[in-house]
Design a protein around this ligand. Structure first.
Ligand SMILES: [Zn+2]
Length: 261
């Protein structure tokens, strides 16, 4: 009985932390200014570019009551509530996995939870910015990569080699795709940000989690591309932000494959 209370309190605490993390990710993502014309940030209306009124940090209510632009009446995207919801579910899931499932590395459970939680926050931010702006910032990749490698190096040095190899392999695979894209289309079919993101993907899911992540990425990308093509809303050569699928693939592997640290 006491342990059940402990589990429930842990899950609620993690969910509350997820709401906070979601608010932080939303605030940061709203500040990102794109490079495509018209220059836009998510703090502006997508249609008329007027600044949106400040919103409550707790965005879940927007799932039902969508915000609308005061100037033109255009509803805002559901990204804010969905991000908060996703992280409020992700953190309890990370806690659950850290404390209950066997892992491949030697990190203590609290460190596993911290890494898995951070991974979810970073992946959510990368997903949003790639989706909204087709940008992947080095700052959303390399600090987490360094933290993962440092944590594994501290607790389980032999594991560091395996993890670094998984990161390098993942980077090489996407570098190959990047090169192929150039050869086939004579333009950047895959952004170089995706190649850098692949390094983080490898360190996040390790080996053999990388296989799971790559399969999930490929299947998601194929299904969604086919749906978009069938609906006629994209051209065949349209640029699809691939980082969106990579982050989803990584999140799937973190939930489905053994934690690699
Ligand atoms: Zn508007």
């Amino acid at each position: 009985m006491a342990s059940l209370v402990f589990v429930i309190l842990g899950a609620l605490g993690a969910a509350a932390l997820g709401l906070l993390a979601g608010a932080l990710v939303n605030t940061l993502a709203d500040r990102v200014v794109g490079v495509d014309e018209p220059i836009w940030s998510a703090s502006q209306c997508r249609k008329c570019l007027e600044p949106l009124a400040p919103a409550s940090p707790l965005a879940l209510g927007e799932l039902v009551n969508r915000r609308v632009c005061a100037a033109c009446g255009q509803p805002t995207s559901r990204r804010r509530p969905l991000t908060q919801l996703a992280l409020a579910l992700w953190l309890p899931a990370a806690l659950w996995r850290a404390y209950t499932t066997p892992t491949l590395g030697g990190l203590p459970a609290w460190a596993l939870f911290a890494l898995a939680a951070l991974a979810g926050v970073a992946l959510a931010f990368i997903f949003i910015v790639d989706l909204e702006h087709r940008l992947i910032f080095d700052l959303s990749i390399f600090p987490l990569l360094v933290v993962i490698l440092a944590a594994v190096g501290l607790f389980d040095r032999p594991r560091l080699v395996t993890l670094a190899l998984a990161a390098a392999l993942s980077g090489l695979i996407f570098l190959l795709f990047y090169g192929l894209g150039w050869l086939l289309y004579r333009q950047e079919a895959l952004g170089f940000g995706d190649v850098k993101l692949a390094l983080l993907l490898g360190a996040l899911v390790g080996w053999p989690g990388l296989v799971t992540a790559l399969f999930a990425t490929a299947i998601l990308a194929a299904v969604l591309s086919l749906l978009l093509l069938a609906s006629g809303s994209v051209e065949r050569r349209a640029f699809i932000p691939f980082g969106v699928f990579m982050t989803l693939g990584a999140a799937f592997a973190l939930l489905a494959a053994p934690l690699p640290w």
